[in-house]
Design a protein around this ligand. Structure first.
Ligand code: BTN
Length: 324
C-alpha cells in the first residue's frame, strides 16, 4: 500500500482522530494494512496517537525534506516535476550542472539537506547547515541570447521575494541585483551559472539558497551582522516544502510571462520590491567604484545610476557596498 492516500486522509482532518473503520472504508484496505502503514510512517518520522476507541490522530510530520513531501504540494506544471533529493552534497550546483550536460529537462530540481561546499557569488561560500534551509538548484533551458542571462537573475529574485513575502508576511526587499534582505540582513541568495554556445544559452543553473530555520548558532560570528533567517526574523519555524512549492509556482508564472511578454513586466515588479532605489550607493566594480543614486533598471537588466553631475550610467555587474 502506497502511503500517499493515508497521509492525505490525515492531512484533511488536522488534529482529529480517524477511526480504523472509517479509514478502512475510505481507502478500501484492511485494518491490518492500515496498522502496518502507520508503523512504516512512524519509522519515517511521523508521529501518531492511537486510541482503541477513537482511532488514530496525526500529531506531527517529520522535519526532513523529501521529494515526496514537496511533490504533494506542487502546483507548478514544469518546474519540480523531476526532483532529485540528496542528504549531503558538495553543492547542488555541481549536480545540476552535470545533469544538464547529460540532457536533464528544463525544470529538473536538485535539493540537499546540507551542502559541504555551498557556493555564493563572487567566489564566496554559502552557509548550508543540515535540515535548516533550502539549498536548491534548477535546470533552465531558456531560449534567449547569452546577454539576457542577468535578466533571469532578477526574475528569480522577484519570484523568490514575492513568494517569501506571501508566505511569511515579513518585510522582505531586494538589494540589487538579487539579494533578499530583511532589515538590511540577507536571508537568501541567488547564483546563476550558465553554459553557452554561439551566443545562445545552452542551459542555466539557477542556484537558490534560503536561510529558513537557521538559528544564530548556525552562523559564523562574523556573518551574524549581515545575515539572518526567516526563523530568527519571525521567531517561528517554517515548512520548507511549502516554501519550495510556492516559489516554484511563482517562478514558473513569471518565467512564462517573461517568455511571452519580455522583460518589461519583470522590471516593474523588481522595482516595486527593491530596497536599493533612490538611496545613494557605492557600486564596487573591477574597474573602480561608482558612487551615485540607483534610479531603476534598464531594459537589459543593468541598474541605472544617477551620478553627481546629473548624468545616468548603466552598470551591468558590480557588488553593492554598504549603504552610504
Ligand atoms: C549568493 O552569494 O548570494 C548566492 C548564494 C547561492 C546559494 C545556493 S544554495 C543552492 C545552490 N548551491 C550552491 O552551492 N549555491 C547555490
Amino acid at each position: 500500500m502506497n502511503n500517499e492516500p493515508l497521509l492525505r486522509l490525515f492531512e484533511a482532518r488536522p488534529g482529529e482522530y480517524v477511526s480504523g473503520e472509517s479509514i478502512s472504508q475510505e481507502l478500501g484496505v484492511s485494518r491490518t494494512a492500515i496498522w502496518k502503514q502507520i508503523r512504516k510512517l512512524e519509522a519515517a518520522g511521523y508521529h501518531f496517537e492511537a486510541s482503541r476507541r477513537l482511532g488514530y490522530r496525526l500529531l506531527s510530520v517529520p522535519d526532513n525534506l523529501t521529494g515526496d513531501t514537496v511533490t504533494r504540494r506542487l502546483e507548478s506544471n514544469v518546474f519540480g516535476q523531476i526532483i532529485h533529493m540528496f542528504d549531503t552534497v558538495e553543492s547542488t550546483q555541481n549536480l545540476a550542472r552535470a545533469a544538464a550536460e547529460e540532457g536533464a529537462a528544463e525544470g529538473t530540481i536538485f535539493l540537499a539537506e546540507q551542502q559541504l561546499s555551498g557556493r555564493g557569488r563572487m567566489g564566496r561560500g554559502w552557509v548550508s547547515p543540515r535540515g535548516k534551509g533550502i539549498w536548491m538548484s534548477m535546470v533552465l533551458r531558456p531560449s534567449v541570447p547569452i546577454h539576457f542571462a542577468p535578466q533571469l537573475t532578477l526574475l528569480t529574485a522577484v519570484a523568490l521575494c514575492r513568494s517569501l513575502k506571501r508566505i511569511t508576511a515579513l518585510p522582505i526587499g531586494i538589494k540589487w541585483p538579487n539579494d533578499l534582505l530583511i532589515a538590511g540582513k540577507k536571508i537568501s541568495g541567488i547564483l546563476l551559472e550558465s553554459a553557452a554556445e554561439d551566443e545562445r544559452l545552452r542551459y542555466v543553473i539557477a542556484g537558490i539558497g534560503i536561510s529558513v530555520n537557521l538559528e544564530e548558532a548556525d552562523y559564523p560570528a562574523e556573518l551574524l551582522e549581515k545575515a539572518t533567517s526567516l526563523r530568527i526574523s519571525s521567531g517561528q519555524k517554517w515548512a520548507r516544502e511549502e516554501i519550495i512549492a510556492d516559489f516554484l509556482k511563482e517562478w514558473e508564472q513569471l518565467y512564462f510571462l517573461y517568455h511571452d511578454q519580455g522583460f518589461g513586466p519583470i522590471v516593474t515588479l523588481w522595482e516595486a520590491l527593491s530596497v536599493s532605489l533612490g538611496k545613494p550607493a557605492r557600486l564596487i566594480t573591477p574597474q573602480g567604484d561608482i558612487v551615485g543614486i540607483p534610479i531603476g533598471l534598464d531594459e537589459s537588466g543593468a541598474i541605472r545610476i544617477e551620478l553627481g553631475n546629473g548624468s545616468v550610467r548603466s552598470v551591468f555587474s558590480a557588488e553593492m557596498g554598504e549603504p552610504l
